[in-house]
Design a protein around this ligand. Structure first.
Ligand code: AHR
Length: 502
């Protein structure tokens, strides 16, 4: 069957927040240490301790926002341990992740330096699980207050005269689990209390506050947190909670019995696609609950942990969550980002987990070596959607693919326009079949392809390694040809494609 994609370029459906293309970095395995930060005295080329190769690759990716320090680590993190002279910072055990020594050499100053080198917004996740209101409040004062105060003076003493901008502040992480095992009622009341002291100081850029949202399909959590926090007039509500988070990982198998990142069969492939595609239902249903309390969609959904979660690479520390990244991951990224684009009225921020060396990373490092993963190349291709206007687009006649149990649409899409150029991204979820799509435009004006790119492999198991770093890359796509004022596109199996027209 030939699928049809009709794009109505006259119908704009809202702006795709650049922050949908955000990233997450936790003190976990080799994400921060080695992946991003090697210290000023390292032989690995660095600027103020940040790896030059990594920062360069992230700048090319146009990373809009970075979340730190966790994850589960956030609700055990006491920010004062990570400031002041490095030699006197506390050394401790990272109990959550691998039981290794955390020397706190990467703290608030280093995070702000990293974001400034990348040129991205800052998302700091506070500790509600094991920290106090005072501690959270003082962290915000330390980072953002421009004046005379105990915390601003301490910041100056530690070498940073002026305040930084904290764009987003998370009030706890996964407080239904590692962040304190709270009930939604308890968390929502704690949120109300803690967020009160996440002050917006005069002259400081406004901080967007993010409440801890649901684990996957825990709709009761969303309902309860919204209800408890929305016991305010809508006017008061604004600024009280700017976003509510949602975490969903794509885990073929079960959490306890995960599967390999690189060795998978057809059933594993489609199970992965189905679980990734489930994001659409999750966003739709959580958003519908939020609509009851916030019909104007002032509160965004922040899907600040998404991605694949497989078995760790053989021989690596199980607590480090280091996994390879194949064409399958590229497709998970393509499908997920299309979903976020299409829900840009509600999804205002999202972070792939995690940036380097952990879970579905965009970069992997091995000592001084660094490689870009297939996921990197998809996110790079999709960067043109950042800040674009979502266009109305409708697919019909789409084949279904995969075994009964894991059936998914063979093709997903999203379309946006920025600076007069329309960006169409398509993903073919079929592991073995090419899919054809007839693309037409309601506006009827003839369009010309200005750029067409593809990420795929010669085999869907392909991945980049330190020996073969460019097996899966972004290349020119030649499968689109003009037809009746639109295009006929032939998508190879297991491929993510971008076509830009004007
Ligand atoms: O990303 C790994 C972990 O997954 C995070 O620390 C936690 O928030 C989630 O459960």
């Amino acid at each position: 069957m030939l699928a049809k994609l009709v794009i109505n370029e006259t119908k704009k459906k809202g702006t795709i927040a650049p922050e949908i293309y955000g990233h997450f970095s936790e003190h976990l395995g080799r994400c921060i240490y080695e992946g991003l930060y090697v210290g000023e005295n390292s032989d690995i080329p660095n600027v103020n301790g940040m790896r030059k190769d990594v920062v360069e690759a992230l700048k090319e990716l146009q990373v809009p926002v970075l979340r730190w320090p966790g994850g589960c680590f956030a609700d055990e993190y006491h920010w004062k341990d990570g400031i002041g002279p490095k030699e006197s910072r506390k050394k401790m055990i990272n109990t959550h992740w691998g039981g290794v020594v955390e020397d706190n050499s990467f703290g608030t100053h280093e995070f702000m330096e990293l974001c400034s080198q990348i040129g991205c917004k800052t998302y700091v996740n506070g500790n509600l699980g094991s920290g106090t209101v005072q501690e959270m409040s003082e962290w915000v004062e330390y980072m953002t207050f421009d004046g005379v105060s105990p915390m601003a003076d301490l910041r100056k003493k530690n070498g940073h005269e002026g305040p930084w901008t904290v764009d987003y502040f998370g009030v706890g992480n996964e407080n239904w689990g590692c962040g304190g095992n709270m009930t939604p009622e308890f968390y929502a009341n704690e949120y109300r209390r803690y967020q009160t002291y996440v002050r917006g100081y005069d002259g400081a850029a406004p901080i967007k506050k993010i409440a801890c949202g649901a684990n996957v399909d825990d709709y009761h959590w969303t309902e309860t947190v919204m209800k408890t926090c929305f016991d305010h007039t809508p006017e008061e509500f604004h600024g009280f909670m700017d976003l509510l988070s949602l975490h969903h990982y794509t885990i073929p198998g079960t959490f306890a019995k995960k599967k390999s990142a690189t060795e998978f069969d057809e059933a594993d492939w489609y199970e992965t696609m189905k679980k990734a595609y489930y994001m659409d239902e999750l966003v739709t249903r959580h958003s519908a609950i939020m609509d009851q309390y916030d019909p104007d969609k002032k509160v965004g959904l922040s899907v600040d942990e998404w991605g694949t979660w497989f078995l760790v690479e053989p021989g690596t520390n199980p607590g480090f969550l280091y996994q390879q990244n194949t064409v399958r991951d590229a497709l998970v990224a393509g499908v997920t980002l299309n979903i976020f684009n299409k829900h840009c009225d509600r999804v205002k921020l999202a972070c792939v987990a995690q940036m380097v060396n952990v879970l579905q990373s965009v970069l992997l490092t091995d000592g001084e070596k660094m490689i870009r993963t297939p996921t990197y190349h998809v996110m790079h291709m999709y960067r043109h959607h950042q800040g674009g206007e979502l266009l109305a687009s409708e697919m019909s006649g789409v084949n279904k693919t995969g075994p009964e149990e894991f059936r998914v649409p063979a093709v997903t899409e999203s379309v946006s326009e920025k600076d007069g150029v329309i960006t169409i991204t398509l993903s073919n979820l079929s592991m073995t079949e090419a899919e054809s799509v007839d693309v037409s435009f309601a506006g009827k004006e003839e369009k010309e392809i200005v750029e067409a790119r593809i990420v795929t492999g010669t085999d869907c198991h392909d991945y980049n390694s330190f020996e073969a770093p460019e097996r899966v890359v972004e290349t020119d796509f030649t499968g689109a040809e003009a037809a009746d004022g639109g295009f006929k596109v032939t998508l190879p199996p297991a491929s993510a494609v971008e076509i830009r027209v004007k």
